[in-house]
Design a protein around this ligand. Structure first.
Ligand SMILES: NC(=O)c1ccc[n+]([C@@H]2O[C@H](COP(=O)([O-])OP(=O)(O)OC[C@H]3O[C@@H](n4cnc5c(N)ncnc54)[C@H](OP(=O)(O)O)[C@@H]3O)[C@@H](O)[C@H]2O)c1
Length: 375
């Protein structure tokens, strides 16, 4: 980075967004912030704007900060060619449209928002290729794979690690009766609520398989999931000759966030302490139990079906997660409801962006109605 990188963050008030600002705070001479955007937490957005002095801010609610222009939409950020890179760190489907718009404007993307690829991976990756735009993954597993790959044509298999979440060694009955509080206590990562619930059901891993398929162009049969409770090996690849390259590091999202926004350069930045194998002492691996965590199988099925199958999977799961967080359903019902809705969905092949949003809305409505009948 021989000159300051101009960056905007969509979702600056969330878990990824705030950690990204911690990284940028350590690398002030490397970045100039163009825009910060959040949803409802306007108090935090204001504090961020006062500290980091972006040119623009956007929030889903009215917001104003003296000396900073308030934008009307996320599109205005995505269209602004002052940006070299945009970190898309919002949750849910709102990430898709600005990501596409930024790509059309030739702006590189650091992508945390996995829903963008789960909903429209084919469209997003094709457009990025056409526009010569880099999509650099922030998700720690995909960031790990990105770091391991030198020549993708020589790679046979992707190996995605999963911590297994808080219920890894619990019985099915314990999982069925898990409370919201137990579910939100992730043993390794401190993340937003939606992704934390997905980590407990392992749907997060399912979504990551779909994300990996699009980012790296691998068949689903060549993407393997392995449970690794310590979250030190963030993922690996196997080359044709049997050589396996893995990326390791302490479990901190600062590292993949920094990698994505400074790529291809590396800086000390926010590194908290040096890595020590002897401190880690042991690394365990085991096969995922698809009986206890059937969400992964469902995600493979949706990914292989393609088209709107993954849109349906994502939307039904998200609505079910919201219902769980609201205390309306039990944890295991998230899978049962998602499967029920998924089984009733007829996938549309090669959908347009409008069709994707139509299916998303229809599936959400159907899922909400189904949940309301259950409770
Ligand atoms: N957290 C992690 O460690 C992690 C790891 C890998 C991938 N991811 C992915 O990264 C994404 C973000 O996750 P997270 O854990 O950071 O979620 P989060 O903590 O819930 O943050 C979500 C962010 O999106 C913002 N937002 C919501 N509605 C918005 C709107 N209409 N316009 C603009 N911004 C809006 C929120 O703003 P307000 O808070 O102001 O409402 C917040 O800044 C997800 O797709 C997740 O799967 C997260």
């Amino acid at each position: 980075m021989d000159k300051k990188r101009h960056i905007s963050i969509i979702g600056s008030t969330g878990s990824i967004g705030t950690q990204a600002l911690e990284v940028i705070d350590k690398l002030r001479d490397k970045f100039e912030i163009i825009a910060l955007a959040g949803g409802n937490n306007v108090e935090l957005l204001k504090l961020q704007a006062e500290k980091f002095k972006p040119k623009y801010i956007y929030a889903a609610k009215p917001v104003s900060v003296s000396g900073v222009k308030t934008l009307e939409s996320l599109d205005e950020i995505a269209e602004n060619r002052e940006n070299d890179i945009i970190l898309v760190a919002c949750s849910g489907k709102i990430g898709l449209k600005p990501t596409l718009k930024a790509i059309e404007n030739g702006i590189d993307i650091a992508l945390a928002n996995k829903e963008t690829l789960v909903m429209a991976g084919d469209i997003v990756m094709k457009k990025a290729k056409e526009c010569g735009v880099k999509i650099i993954p922030v998700d720690s597993e995909h960031c790990a794979i990105h770091q391991c790959i030198k020549d993708i044509s020589q790679v046979d298999k992707l190996i995605i690690t999963a911590s297994g979440g808080p219920f890894l060694h619990k019985t099915i009955d314990e999982i069925k009766n898990a409370t919201v509080e137990q579910t939100l206590k992730h043993p390794r990562w401190n993340m937003g609520k939606k992704i934390t619930v997905d980590s407990a059901t392992l749907m997060n891993k399912g979504l990551e398989i779909i994300e990996a398929h699009h980012l790296f162009g691998f068949d689903y049969d060549d993407i393997e999931v392995v449970i690794h409770p310590q979250s030190i090996v963030h993922s690996a690849i196997e080359y044709k000759d049997g050589s396996v390259i893995a990326q390791l590091g302490l479990p901190s999202m600062h590292i993949p966030i920094q990698y994505a926004i400074t790529y291809p350069d590396r800086f000390e930045g926010i590194k908290s302490r040096s890595f020590s194998f002897s401190e880690i002492a042991r690394l365990d691996f085991e096969k995922p139990d698809f009986e206890k965590f059937p969400t992964v199988k469902l995600a493979y099925q949706a990914g292989k079906t393609g088209g709107t199958a993954t849109v349906c999977l994502n939307a039904a799961n998200e609505e079910a997660v919201f219902a769980f967080l609201a205390g309306k359903i039990k944890l295991y019902q998230i899978y049962e409801i998602t499967k029920k809705i998924y089984d009733g969905h007829e996938a549309v092949k090669n959908p347009s962006v409008d069709e994707i949003f139509e299916v998303d809305e229809a599936v959400r409505e159907k899922t909400r109605q189904y949940i309301n009948k259950l409770i």
